[in-house]
Design a protein. Structure first.
Length: 620
């Protein structure tokens, strides 16, 4: 008997799926259950999303919605009873059947499932599912196809399209016939690996059935990121643990018998499909991680080797106006009709002396004001310190400033100017290009033993905790407990301030390493960087039309005036806004290209060489 969640698990990671079956059959003990607050919150928001759609249907069909009770000891309903209630409602052509209990038996196996909504269109039932995601995912579509096929086997007419109702309210419709072949491939593969394991046990007097599936069994795919993969990779010193090494590279290495980090570090032969320079980098990384593993003091900093000292020259000369910046954001935050998601609720930075400042944004209106205030602060600071820079680690800050400027229509030119003048400095690609660190990850938290000394984090200590803490803070505020609200905000501020100070310390540590290697930082002159998308020529950094045109500003002002003019309509205001936005439409369309282009000039090649629209000429 299988379900859509089984199909998702098997498609995501066959090794983990089989280990899950091993746990079910008592061959191995499962991992200790740890509370995942983010997962709990996602599930709760998903339930709210589903209930919202249910309420809409109940309003549309006051007497035409049947909700099938979920089988459980609490409801007192068995699976058979739930299926009988479902079939009764479907045969009566009930307009909407929610939580429909479905079951079918085929030559392959038995299927069970619970469809969110089955909607009668007058001739057939359309399968609908709610998903909190903002785009259709393959596994969600396969789930819909499984429900549709099950309905057909039950003799129920099924509409040719299935629908996902996404987190932003959009409806994503897909042809059932387009998805079914993929469903059959995935289902048959899942059942085949189950049968394979069962037959192995029968052929060896059940010995294999008493042993869990082995790590490294090449017949089964791995994801490399789940609990089972991570646990086994650590225990076996698998090359998968080498920082930046991909699963494709792992497969090529294992084909030559290179399975462990130590073996990779000691290897000398060429590897088909992995370039010479890439292989040398991976071997150096493996050697340093092996050294780190063999250190007698587990608290000692990981070993470091300089790979490209010239990369330190990418760090500008220090300025008293420099700031070290970090966002805290909640990807699950939304308001109103849920058309917009993600709130960057805390904007924190420290100056060159470590003095912390912050802006809070507790809703989208607050985020809009925070963006304006932050850009105003930076503009004022640049007037006093023209050589100032904004340091951050990894591209989150850069990408979110761009996204927010586009979202709220505020400061687009200002953010572009920060990119054009190289005011934003991402330390992550500088670390990646300049050195190798004996750590399986290059996250800033893994680098902190190198430069933070005895300073240690307290309270909230990772991004997921910060998001959860903020959600719980808002819940306390909504419940009227302002003291708890403020206490939790202080914990988040402490975490954010630490990250900002960590970025400052990292910059200073990198400068010291550069000095040791004879690298002297040089601040580029204003405007020496390339254009961040202001025209067709990337070198046109000072075009006269780089700012908003008078026509664009005039049309925008007319839109604002029409909004408050009783003689005008909403359509008048909308027309002015569309016309205003159209003035620089083509220039805006090209921005994404130039943003990506200039990021590639800084980021390590291994981060982008395999992405779409990039051709890497590696040799001749």
């Amino acid at each position: 008997t299988w379900s859509a969640s089984d199909l998702t698990a098997a498609s995501s990671c066959e090794f983990a799926f089989l280990r899950g079956l091993d746990v079910t059959h008592g061959r191995i003990q499962g991992p200790d259950a740890e509370r995942d607050a983010m997962l709990e919150r996602t599930s709760a928001l998903g339930a709210v999303h589903e209930q919202k759609l249910l309420a809409g249907y109940q309003s549309q069909f006051p007497d035409g919605v049947v909700v099938i009770p979920r089988p459980s000891p609490e409801t007192g309903i068995t699976r058979e009873q739930a299926r009988a209630l479902t079939l009764e409602a479907l045969k009566a052509h009930t307009p909407v059947v929610a939580q429909a209990a479905l079951a079918s038996t085929t030559e392959h196996a038995n299927f069970i499932g619970y469809a969110d909504f089955l909607v009668w269109d007058g001739t057939a039932y359309r399968v609908e599912d709610t998903k909190l995601a903002r785009s259709a995912k393959v596994m969600a579509l396969l789930q819909l196809a499984a429900y549709a096929e099950c309905l057909e086997s039950m003799g129920i007419p099924v509409a040719p399209t299935v629908s996902l109702v996404l987190g932003d309210g959009a409806r994503s419709d897909h042809e059932h016939a387009d998805i079914t072949p993929v469903l059959h491939l995935r289902r048959d593969r899942m059942l085949a690996i189950i049968v394979q394991r069962t037959l192995e046990g029968a052929a060896t007097n059940t010995a294999a059935t008493n042993q869990p599936v082995a790590w490294g069994d090449e017949r089964y795919t791995i994801c490399g990121a789940c609990h089972w993969c991570e646990t086994e990779a650590i225990a076996s010193d698998d090359v998968l643990r080498v920082a930046t090494l991909t699963r494709t590279q792992r497969t090529k290495l294992r084909a030559l018998g290179i399975e462990t980090i130590a073996q990779l570090a000691a290897s000398t032969q060429a590897v088909n499909g992995i370039g010479r320079d890439t292989l040398a980098r991976l071997r150096q990384q493996a050697r340093l991680q092996t050294q780190a593993k063999n250190q007698t003091d587990p608290a000692a900093p990981p070993p470091v080797e300089i790979a490209d000292a010239a990369a330190f020259a990418m760090i500008p000369a220090p300025s008293p106006g420099d700031i070290f910046f970090d966002f805290e954001g909640d990807p699950l935050y939304t308001e109103g009709d849920a058309a917009t998601w993600n709130l960057d609720y805390l904007w924190g930075w420290v100056d060159a002396t470590g003095q912390f400042e912050r802006l809070w944004a507790h809703d989208f209106a607050g985020e809009r004001e925070a963006l304006k205030a932050f850009l105003d602060m930076v503009a004022a600071r640049r007037k006093t310190h023209p050589d100032m820079h904004i340091y951050h680690y990894a591209p989150y800050e850069r990408s979110h400033l761009l996204a927010m400027a586009a979202r709220w229509g505020i400061g687009e030119e200002a953010v572009d100017d920060l990119l054009r003048q190289h005011v934003l400095v991402d330390l992550y690609p500088i670390v990646r290009r300049s050195m190798r660190v004996g750590s399986p990850s290059y996250s800033i938290k893994k680098l902190e033993p190198l430069y933070m000394g005895d300073d240690r984090r307290e309270g909230v200590d990772n991004a997921a905790d910060s998001i959860t803490e903020y959600a719980e803070a808002c819940a306390a505020r909504d419940a009227g407990d302002d003291a708890e609200f403020q206490r939790r905000l202080q914990d988040i501020e402490q975490y954010n301030a630490y990250d900002c100070v960590s970025t400052l310390r990292l910059r200073d540590w990198l400068l010291a390493r550069g000095a040791e290697n004879g690298i002297v930082p040089v601040s580029p002159g204003a405007g020496s960087g390339g254009d961040a998308g202001e025209g067709d020529d990337a070198g046109e950094g000072h075009r006269a039309d780089a700012g908003p045109s008078p026509l664009e500003a005039d049309l925008s002002a007319r839109a604002d005036a029409a909004q408050t003019n009783p003689a005008k309509t909403e359509a008048d205001a909308a027309a002015y806004r569309v016309a205003s936005a159209a003035v620089n439409y083509h220039r805006r369309e090209r921005k994404t290209y130039w943003h990506d282009h200039f990021a590639r000039l800084v980021d390590p090649k291994e981060d982008w060489a395999d992405t779409r629209d990039v051709f890497d000429v590696a040799g001749a």
